[in-house]
Write a protein that binds this ligand. Sequence first.
Ligand code: ADP
Length: 626
Amino acid sequence: MKETKEFKTETKKLLDMMIHSIYTHKEIFLRELISNASDAIDKRHFMSLTDSNIPSVDYQILVEADKAKRTLTITDNGIGMSKEELENNLGTIAKSGSKEFLDNLDKNTPELDIIGQFGVGFYSAFMVANKVEVLSHKVGSDATYLFTSEGLENYTIESSDELIDGTKITLYLRENKDEENYDEFLDEYTIKELVRKYSDYVRYPIKTWVTKYDKPEKGKETEDNTHLELETINSMTPIWKKNKSEVKEEELNAFYKQKFMDYQDPLASIFVNVEGMLTYNALLFIPRKPMFNMYSDKNERGLQLYTKGVFILDKCKDLIPEYLYFVKGLVDSSDLPLNISRELLQEDRQIKKIATNVEKKILQELGRILKNDRSKYEEFFKDYGRALKYGLYENYGARKESLEDLIILESLNENKNITFAEYKEKMQENQKNIYFVSGKTREQALNLPQMSLLKKKNYDVLILKDDVDEFMLQVMKNYKDIEFKSINQGDLNLLDEEDAKKIDTLNEENKDLLTAIKECLKDDVSDVILSKRLVDGAVCLSSKDGLSIEMEKILKEQDSFAKAERVLELNPNHPIFAKLKELFAADKNSINDYASLLYDQALIIEGLQPKDPVKFANKVSELLLK
Ligand code: ADP
């Protein structure tokens, strides 16, 4: 019985796009169908290893052209599809890739890019065919079904008597029109080229009929003395099983794009052949741009896992640490049993060793890029730098040694991003610390009153912009034993001993005044001191070691009430301080208004709101009228 069914709305939309596609790379349809066929064989092969009822056969994918009928068929002896699977897999868009494709259609990406980016699997057949038949027999079942669609609204499904072990897809090619030549896909040469270009590494033989000359002497080649032979046209060695030196960069790029559905070449490819105690091959890629779903739940991290060339698992988390979530790739190990379960994988010592190795290789490659191709590294760091920073921050800085030299941060003096090593290199003679300012732009940083001394001494200052930066530095504590110092925290070690002592003495002498100010501000600050960092400015806000004011801001956004211990610093050399002293000597209560005004000023300098903006404004007005 033949049943006619209607495509689901979203499928129609996709089909409609394929039919009216002006995509210039229509040829990718063959890659898509062959890749489906190869997946189907993978599935069957995997089942046959664990289920004795499923026979293993000589796997192959057959591509046949019939010039008279203008059909192209792709036949595989893979797992096949049941009636329900034909409906669910081909009648609706269940598959996440195609669905995401559709979800993205309304955004601004041009159609061409999207097709290239995703490859749209089975539906791409409609770019070149106006009718598609899928004859399929699910392994282990006793029925065969034929799915037929002319692409528009409906498809039909009927049972069939035809014998087949797997799936046969027949494309009825469209008529040639203007420049659009569909006949070329029937051409032996084109088929061979396309298979080599897109599907060479497919692990099963892809065969097609190839013309052979009976009498090879030159000049005697006529139609009559040729015959056709079925020939395997792909090299079959998975690209990652080849020797590293044999694989060209273009090959790796093409493989990456096809396998991980990207339309751009990767930023970096890492090819690992390891032999010895631990034997495995790995191909790792850093996408040029974070994939659009990088941060969604759908983007599970993990590498594909193969063992002895057989596909085992799509996203093996245990192969890669969390902070390297953006790395795509695969690992093929020869030491793992085929039927290993997810639970066992977690415990597996081989997997752990491979993971450690893989991480090391990735970081080595990043180090290499940083050294040899700075602009490429900048590009990388813009998109993925945060990941490395989190890697450093995680586990109380356990990865410090392997990651610290991969971090770049903006430098005030150089006005570009530099590494800690480069900072160290340019440190001034008596400089004891690596200084940083956080949560400010370069311009803001330059104008901060607490910068004056650093500028005078020509000390460089790292400008931290990411919210993770300061947390990272706090976990790291130092770089090669040189401690990090926020220009806003603790003692900066900037004054020579004599000057520092002077300020200590002044602090002592003015204790009463400072205590009185502190008393006025007791809800807001934990200390009021004479500053060792101010040169021109009257006041600034700093915090005791530990949580900084910037960190407090960031934590607040995450609903944490952790507070920095704020310190109001006054410049003992500023006329304001002289004025305070004078007022305080005359009348101890006269300084209350000044205290809160000075604190508000310090808050504003820090980019914070005055405590009570209206009160602050009124007081300023009052002063202006005096
Ligand atoms: P994708 O292959 O990206 O999942 P497709 O639209 O190409 O998306 O295919 C949808 C589904 O149809 C596949 O996931 C697979 O389950 C099934 N399928 C497609 N081609 C074959 C085939 N040759 N043999 C068995 N199943 C297939």
